[in-house]
Design a protein around this ligand. Structure first.
Ligand SMILES: Nc1ncnc2c1ncn2[C@@H]1O[C@H](COP(=O)(O)OP(=O)(O)OP(=O)(O)O)[C@@H](O)[C@H]1O
Ligand SMILES: [Mg+2]
Length: 264
């Protein structure tokens, strides 16, 4: 049986709109599985980012419930939510959002320090981890992301692709249960897109659960499960085998056909 890492029941989200209500998410019930690379696709404005923010507790929900490992967190206070996020959730956005006056290394270790000894920390991280261990892990990640040479530079002194790789290192420093990525390659050129996708794929091969929103069929080909969001409702799903580079083209063809059936 596959473990459910994240789920929602009848998740609704509305925004006030000129005196009325804009119902963006309409009773979304879904399950995201551990170790999966799940991708959410759908037309612009269908609610993909909103869904990601509601599932990660970054945004409040209007009604329904959201669960992390069967534990409902939709009623958590800001403080409890921040603590859960710090330990269990990693985030990557279209822009890297690195802190401009901190070096890449500093940007990566800070969330690692914040997650230590947090009450949501499980297993080996329950005890306050030594700062030295966080630093060692940051150095390993910098190597893995191929940006070790740039570790002492400020975000303004590295390329967009390097900054985005640092943002991925920052997202995984606290060894989160799941990484949320909203169009992580949306602002990158082809080469950097490939590097970022390869990193996410590599992390997923190491059993990291990933939930990514994308418009890009090429990026979506990394997924082993795809969900289609249509006007705030999940209207389709497709599962695939784990990504193999030699099948990339074939996977894109399959996704294209699926998207056509979804009237993308
Ligand atoms: N903070 C907000 N206040 C009011 N309306 C919002 C807010 N955030 C999103 N919306 C509205 O919710 C709808 C869904 O937005 P969302 O950003 O989730 O779409 P999306 O599927 O991510 O689109 P895109 O592919 O363009 O990024 C849109 O109509 C948007 O205008
Ligand atoms: Mg969006």
């Amino acid at each position: 049986m596959r473990e459910i890492i994240l789920s929602s029941k009848n998740l609704c989200k509305s925004f006030a709109n000129n005196g009325g209500q804009n119902h963006v998410l309409d009773h979304v019930t879904l399950e995201i599985y551990e170790k999966d690379f799940t991708v959410i696709m759908g037309a612009s404005g269908s609610g993909k980012s909103t869904l990601l923010y509601c599932l990660s507790g970054m945004d409040s929900i209007t009604s329904g419930a959201v669960y992390y490992r069967q534990q409902e967190f939709s009623h958590y206070s800001e403080r409890e939510m921040a603590a859960l996020r710090a330990v269990e959730f990693g985030f990557v956005f279209q822009q890297s959002h690195l802190v401009s006056h901190l070096t890449l290394m500093e940007n990566i270790v800070v969330p690692g320090y914040l997650a230590r000894g947090n009450r949501f920390a499980s297993g080996k991280r329950k005890k306050k981890e030594k700062a030295e261990n966080v630093k060692l892990r940051a150095l390993e990640l910098l190597e893995l992301m191929n940006i070790a040479d740039a570790k002492d530079r400020l975000p303004s002194q590295v390329s967009g692709g390097e900054a985005q790789r640092a943002a991925i290192a920052r997202a995984v420093i606290s060894e989160p249960g799941i990484i949320f990525a909203d169009e992580p390659t949306g602002a990158l050129n082809r080469k950097n897109t490939e590097e970022v996708l390869n990193l996410l794929t590599k992390l997923n091969q190491q059993k990291q659960s990933v939930l990514m929103v994308t418009h890009d069929i090429h990026a979506a080909a990394r997924a082993d499960r795809l969900l289609y969001l249509d006007d705030g409702r999940i209207s389709g799903e497709m599962t695939m085998s784990k990504f193999e580079p030699q099948e990339a083209r074939n996977r894109e063809v399959q996704i294209n056909a699926w998207l056509s059936a979804m009237e993308w």
